[in-house]
Design a protein around this ligand. Structure first.
Ligand code: SF4
Length: 77
């Protein structure tokens, strides 16, 4: 499963960062971005990253409860 954030709709509330800090993090603009599996923040808007198997539930919950409805899940390639 892959995940990406539509930063145009992110409210910056931080729910995703609380749920899955291994996958989501704020950049200096106060918006959430995804990280690659090594923990590097991917600051290009809309960049996809692979969700580690053990974090699937946290990422699905983040997407479900994201107030901006801007966390998007996709099947892997
Ligand atoms: S939960 Fe959604 S709106 Fe809130 S910071 Fe994360 S991506 Fe942005």
């Amino acid at each position: 499963m892959r995940v990406w954030v539509d930063q145009d709709r992110c409210t910056g509330d931080g729910l995703c960062v609380q749920y899955a800090p291994e996958v989501f993090e704020f950049d200096i603009d106060g918006l959430a971005y995804v990280k690659d599996p090594d923990g590097t923040l991917l600051t290009a808007p809309g960049t996809r990253t692979e969700v580690p198997e053990h974090l699937r539930l946290e990422v699905v919950d983040s997407a479900r409860e994201c107030p901006g409805e801007c966390i998007h899940l996709e099947p892997p390639d």
